[in-house]
Design a protein around this ligand. Structure first.
Ligand SMILES: [Zn+2]
Length: 172
């Protein structure tokens, strides 16, 4: 059996809005100045960098994804091919109740880009996850997938905490 719902009725049976054509015109809104200034996500800008080896350093201009790169390329000195771009990192720390002084482990996440990497996925902006084992490199799609797994994992942490808390209450 099929029911024909008029286009202006929400399936939930809740509020009924006028059909699109009946909506009053929305006055033009002033455009945000901030949005105008924000750089396009893929913008590469020329920035000064110090290149060379000790005593033989010169300033050159390199392309840098300035919308997220946090490296001061004038402060760092080294070979041109060793220049990479890194964002600021976020960190999550794991503590253990058996050691009040030192965290058990940490995990960092940031964005990086290596302009001369042989793998084109490393030449592109990618997500870098770092722990005690080392660096893991993720394409944006891999990072999304990993984030979904972490969200599910975090839910399991809460569930285990809930069960442990209930167990402690029952035992007293
Ligand atoms: Zn940079």
């Amino acid at each position: 059996m099929s029911i024909t719902v008029p286009s202006n009725v929400k399936p939930s049976g809740g509020l009924v809005y006028p059909a699109i054509g009946e909506l009053p015109a929305i006055p033009a809104q002033p455009k945000s100045k901030r949005a105008k200034k924000a750089p396009a996500a893929d913008t590469l800008n020329l920035v000064a960098a110090r290149v060379g080896r000790a005593g033989l350093v010169q300033t050159v201009y390199i392309e840098c994804p300035t919308s997220w790169c946090a490296v001061d390329h004038l402060e760092w000195e080294g070979a041109l091919e060793d220049i990479s771009h890194y964002s600021d990192s976020d960190v999550v720390q794991l503590n253990t109740l058996t050691d009040d002084d030192t965290g058990h482990s940490e995990m960092y996440v940031g964005i990086s880009m290596d302009p001369v990497a042989s793998d084109p996925r490393l030449r592109a902006a990618h997500v870098m996850v770092t722990d005690a084992v080392g660096d893991a490199y993720l394409t944006p799609d891999m990072a999304d997938e990993y984030a979904d797994e972490l969200i599910a994992f975090a839910s399991q942490i809460r569930e285990k905490a809930r069960i442990a808390r209930l167990s402690n209450k029952a035992g007293r």
